[in-house]
Design a protein around this ligand. Structure first.
Ligand SMILES: Nc1ncnc2c1ncn2[C@@H]1O[C@H](COP(=O)(O)OP(=O)(O)OP(=O)(O)O)[C@@H](O)[C@H]1O
Length: 360
């Protein structure tokens, strides 16, 4: 189909066998996620034309590879951002960016220099040498340089993994700004699920060189048989809309007809956001407790109960009123037995407002 990034690859790299076939939209951020060695980088390198494996790669109506053709890397209009920023140390930030711009075809300059400098917040760095920038600043400049080559597709291989937690937190809002303002689709390789939850619109889940699942982030996360669900750090990500923000800094969000209260004082009514709900932050009650500090007591239907190790259980819950909205709750086997919870039963999902994160 013309409006998708369609990737089919089958072949061997040494002893590793890759066999994948998936299509993702031509917009937003698609994360390739899976355990180390599952083939994420190999897929990205194949899309870039750096691996030549049998298959087909179509970016919308542009065929980069099929049985008859193999477009060489330098003729694929793509940007590639690696784990470590690879800027020219002898050039200033501005000259590095101009280098990217020069790679663009003259006719196709829809991504403008000034806009990129603004969106990435690198105006004050423009005359500096990359050698005198922090890791996060260098990575922002590399992303800018890649985007100024006017790519049809931006490939990012673990772009945040060399940064410490603080630098990551600093750079994430810039990713969100790019996402909101630019139309270039991004394929992002990441092994950090919290990064994926925060940034990705689509998720391609891989294991041992094969596709496990692929689709919109919240769908893949909430799939009944998701391997991700068994992780102790599992979180659901649900699309939400801001209803109001109160003076005490608490915002009310609509999620499939259910109202959630979160601590977020910068949101405006009508904003579309994503709400991250960690399985370990949900507790289950049989009824609403009038005197509790927990602000969110949401009616939920139990869709599934799975064992999580020897002492815990993972409950699959639908907290939506108008349409399904799936989250998971991690509780102890002891609570499961004490409450005698059963599939299809209605319970109350209790979630502290401080443990909810809403962004973008
Ligand atoms: N050119 C090659 N020759 C031989 N084996 C290769 C080659 N490229 C990749 N491999 C092997 O293919 C497997 C998948 O590698 P790949 O780098 O794609 O995984 P990954 O999911 O990106 O892993 P990580 O998260 O650790 O970066 C690995 O076992 C790797 O050693």
């Amino acid at each position: 189909m013309g409006n998708e990034i369609a990737i089919t690859l089958k072949g061997d790299l040494g002893a590793f066998h890759l066999d994948v076939d998936f299509a993702v939209p031509m917009h937003g951020i698609t994360a390739l996620f899976g355990p180390s060695g599952c083939g994420k980088t190999s897929i990205l390198r194949s899309v870039a034309g750096l691996n030549h494996m049998a298959g087909r790669i179509a970016i919308g109506s542009h065929i980069w590879q099929d049985q008859e053709r193999f477009v060489p890397t330098h003729k694929r209009p793509l940007g590639y951002v690696f784990q470590e920023a690879s800027l020219f140390p002898h050039l200033s930030v501005r000259q590095n960016l101009i280098y990217g711009e020069k790679r663009a075809k003259k006719a196709e300059k829809h991504i403008r220099f000034d806009d990129i400098v603004d969106l990435l917040g690198i105006g004050h760095l423009i005359d500096r040498s990359p050698m005198h920038l922090s890791g996060g600043e260098r990575q922002r400049v590399s992303i800018g340089r890649a985007l100024l080559s006017q790519p049809q597709l931006l490939l990012m291989d673990e772009p945040l993994s060399a940064l410490d937690r603080m630098a990551k937190d600093e750079i994430l809002p810039y990713f969100e700004a790019l996402h909101a303002n630019l139309k270039v689709p991004i394929l992002l390789v990441s092994h950090d699920i919290s990064e994926v939850e925060r940034l990705a619109d689509h998720l391609v889940l891989l294991k041992d060189g094969r596709l496990v699942n692929s689709g919109p982030l919240s769908d893949v996360l909430s799939a009944p048989d998701s391997t991700l669900a068994m992780r102790r750090d599992f979180a659901a990500v649900l699309p939400a809309q801001v209803l109001r923000t109160d003076e005490d800094g608490i915002s009310a969000l609509d999620v499939a007809g259910s109202e959630f209260l979160v601590l977020a004082d910068t949101l405006r009514p009508g904003d579309a956001v994503r709400l991250r709900i960690a399985a370990s932050d949900i507790s289950i009650a049989r009824g609403k407790h009038a005197s509790s500090s927990i602000l969110n007591s949401i009616p939920a239907r139990i869709l599934g109960i799975e064992t999580l190790g020897a002492t815990e259980a993972s409950l699959r819950l639908d907290i939506g009123k108008n349409h399904p909205a799936i989250v998971r709750a991690r509780i102890s086997q002891r609570s499961l037995a004490a409450l005698n919870l059963q599939i299809d039963e209605m319970v109350i999902a209790q979630i502290k407002s401080v443990s909810l994160a809403a962004n973008r």
